[in-house]
Design a protein around this ligand. Structure first.
Ligand code: PMP
Length: 288
């Protein structure tokens, strides 16, 4: 991914894509002292940009460092790199990390850095698969307890288990994996939140050990606007067979239907199709 034309915003300026490098003795590379964001631009407008920039700063604070850029400055930097890319529809990846100024486990003395890249990234899951619902494996790893890791931070360290679970699912011929949490409750997929539908009521796990996604909150609002009841609560695997539909939400994944998760299967129902359309209308500015 490093050998491309284009520009990456790096600590305050746009640098050529191939020159946006860090040293091998970067603290973040050794100790996962990094956090990131993922957001999409639609028709040249970055959806919920300020929410993403705010979460980036908050994620860094939760793992112990403060970014010297304000939310407004991060917003402006995202706009700048999007404009430089010439893209209207794009995926954007801000990344903040502790640098190579010091090598001890103690991060003292390291400097915070920020880079923002943007590129064309179509659908997260192949559209032909997503139309009838993707197939989820059950992850071999569980989301850790909030007393084990700062689970509300979009911290790179938390993506070790997500990436391993995704690779495990892929090796076994699945599209993604459903992760349970340390208690055994249903948590989320490797990069998206989970929603279930039964008799036109939406059920979604309480985000107490994983991200309360920006897309998650958006979809809850869209559902409520339609008068649909949304229950946020603990969901145990035993309940999965009683749900008719299952979908995922995420900035990259948008609204993605799920056909099966481990032994449980689901249908693509009218309500989730409606919500997917509402989301698509909203991000593309077709709705107030
Ligand atoms: N959970 C995980 C593990 C994720 O990586 C993401 C994507 N950021 C989400 C949930 C959904 O978050 P959002 O809707 O804010 O993109």
């Amino acid at each position: 991914f490093d050998d491309r034309d284009g520009f990456i915003w790096f600590d305050g300026k746009l640098v050529p894509w191939r020159e946006a490098n860090v040293h091998v003795l970067t603290h973040a590379l050794h100790y996962a002292s990094s956090v990131f964001e993922g957001q999409r631009a639609y028709g040249g407008k970055i959806f919920k940009l300020t929410e993403h920039s705010t979460r980036l700063r908050r994620s860094a604070e939760l793992i112990g460092f403060e970014l010297p850029w304000s939310v407004a400055e991060i917003d402006a930097a995202c706009e700048e790199v999007l404009a430089a890319s010439g893209l209207k529809d794009a995926y954007m990846r801000p990344l903040a990390w502790r640098g190579s100024e010091s090598m001890g486990v103690n991060p003292h003395g390291t400097k915070p850095h920020l880079a923002i890249a943007c590129w064309h990234w179509g659908k997260y899951f192949p559209p032909e698969k997503a139309a009838r619902g993707i197939r989820l494996d059950i992850a071999p790893w569980r989301r850790p307890a909030p007393y084990t890791a700062p689970t509300q931070s979009k911290a790179s360290g938390l993506y070790m288990i997500a990436s391993m679970s995704k690779a495990h699912a892929d090796n076994r011929g699945f599209d993604d994996a459903l992760m349970f949490d340390w208690r055994g409750q249903v948590a989320e997929a490797t990069g998206a939140n989970a929603f279930f539908i039964r008799d036109n009521v939406i059920h979604t796990p309480t985000p107490d050990c994983f991200l309360d996604g920006i897309t998650r909150r958006t979809v809850i609002e869209l559902a409520k606007k339609r008068g649909i009841e949304v229950q946020e609560r603990a969901i145990w695997p035993e309940e999965l067979e009683s749900f008719q539909s299952f979908f995922l939400t995420g900035s990259a994944a948008e609204v993605t239907f799920v056909q099966s998760a481990g032994p449980w299967s689901f249908e693509v129902g009218a309500l989730q199709q409606q919500l997917a359309k509402d989301y698509d209308d909203l991000v593309n500015g077709r709705q107030a």
